[in-house]
Design a protein. Structure first.
Length: 435
């Protein structure tokens, strides 16, 4: 190459176009400007040559993160969340509209979020808007102001300031969002099914699982699919845990309904049978289900019915998890996993015969494409140079005290995992190098 590069990375192993190859990646002004043979000769301000045990991958794009700032910053904040993301190979996060105060349900609240995030974040940050009763007239202004779509609940969200939509309200919101080809993302659990289920009380995980049956997801998802079909609005099913819903999602797609779905590392890594009594660090909604259900979710990924894997990083203070009593009924439902999601998914995926290109597709390329960030989540000419050096065979044990999450509680504590992030570049600028 005749022009000087800012950075040249020679990688004997890199994930490019869905396969592992040897490549030289040239970066100028924050973007990838060259992909060539490993021994490409070029003048560069910095030349980095990776080891044979390292793989260059695109920075992950996590489209489901609860940062909680402002308002509940003691749960998590942009400084701690983005440091954890970077350490885990995630270079872009999209922040959820609830658990912060105010919730992101109008443009003023969005601007507050942006101001708070700007000087604290070490990775890229974007925002979802919220769809709640009474803010129908705010959806287009939020879209015009740059949110990536809108989140709604069909039952109590867990916080009073972000109420759920009724089905008639959901339909009106979908009609409005369809008018500008926006995206609605849905926490799909049915309130009536859950209200008729046993109430969660005590330390037995089985009791909590009975309180959030698969039927709650299945009923809600069927209704969301029907409303998407009726309105033409794009919809996305959040944190799918019920494998029962996979056939209806596949059928809807074949019929032309614009529906996509995600699942999360905790549904792919854990199973209900192995959760100890009182281990409220495993509580999340919808819940972690049985081992057989978990394997069907993996099959859903293999079949392409589930499009993405995202963290649903939903932290809280330690006291809210009620570790002292172990009562699943009282504990906050949410799992913190930003820093460990990549090795967690890779560990379980590799055990089942998937390769690293599959993980990159689920956690980087497809997530980026879902929100229209088509210049992220891939190693390609003209893409933003958000890049990660990943050592897929390096083993470690998660120590919650060493994570950047603000509060030292996670379901992954003391879990042995494979794969460690050694270096991260954001738009070609090195953020951190680990030995």
């Amino acid at each position: 190459m005749s022009d000087t590069l800012d950075l040249l990375i020679r990688a004997p192993r890199a994930i490019v176009d869905g396969r592992e190859i040897a490549v030289a990646v040239g970066v100028r002004a924050g973007r990838i400007v060259h992909l060539g043979s490993f021994d490409t000769a070029a003048v560069a301000g910095e030349v980095v040559e990776l080891g044979s045990d390292e793989v260059l991958i695109p920075g992950l794009v996590d489209t489901h993160v609860h940062v909680n700032e402002p308002g509940r910053t003691e749960w998590e904040g942009f400084a701690s969340a983005t440091r954890a993301a970077e350490a885990g190979g995630i270079t872009t996060i999209i922040d959820m509209p609830l658990n912060s105060i105010p919730p992101t349900v109008d443009v003023d609240a969005l601007e507050i979020k942006r101001r708070v995030a700007t000087d604290q974040s070490v990775v890229n940050v974007g925002f979802w808007g919220g769809a709640v009763p009474g803010n129908l007239d705010q959806l287009r202004p939020l879209h015009d102001a740059g949110v990536f779509g809108f989140k709604c609940f069909l039952l109590h969200s867990g916080v009073d300031e972000f109420p759920p939509l009724s089905l008639p309200e959901l339909e009106k919101a979908l009609i409005e969002i369809a008018s500008f080809d926006g995206l609605m993302i849905v926490h799909a659990e049915d309130a009536d099914v859950i209200s008729s289920a046993p109430q969660p009380v005590g330390t037995a995980y089985a009791g909590f699982l009975e309180s959030r049956p698969c039927a709650a997801e299945n009923v809600a998802i069927s209704r969301v699919i029907e409303l998407s079909r009726r309105t033409g609005c794009r919809v996305h099913i959040l944190h799918l845990s019920s494998s029962d819903a996979l056939p209806m999602i596949a059928t809807a797609r074949r019929a032309g309904v614009r529906v996509t779905a995600e699942t999360c590392p905790h549904y792919l890594c854990f199973d209900a049978e192995d959760i100890p009594a009182g281990a409220t660090q495993f509580k999340c909604c919808p819940p972690i289900r049985e081992a057989g259900n978990r394997e069907l979710l993996w099959q859903g990924l293999s079949d392409g019915i589930i499009d993405t894997v995202v963290t649903d990083h939903s932290p809280s203070t330690v006291d809210l998890k009620r570790l002292d009593t172990g009562d699943f009924g009282d504990a906050w439902g949410g799992i913190a996993s930003l820093q460990v999601s990549l090795p967690a998914v890779w560990t379980e995926a590799s055990r089942r015969g998937f390769d690293l290109a599959d993980v990159v597709r689920w956690m980087a390329t497809n997530t980026a494409d879902q929100v229209g960030l088509t210049d992220r989540g891939r190693i390609a000419v003209s893409a933003v140079a958000d890049l990660v050096v990943f050592a897929p065979d390096e083993q470690f044990t998660v120590d919650v005290a060493r994570l950047h999450h603000k509060n030292a509680v996670t379901a992954y504590d003391q879990l042995g995992l494979r794969g460690l992030v050694r270096r991260t570049w954001l738009a070609g600028a090195s953020l951190l190098v680990r030995g």
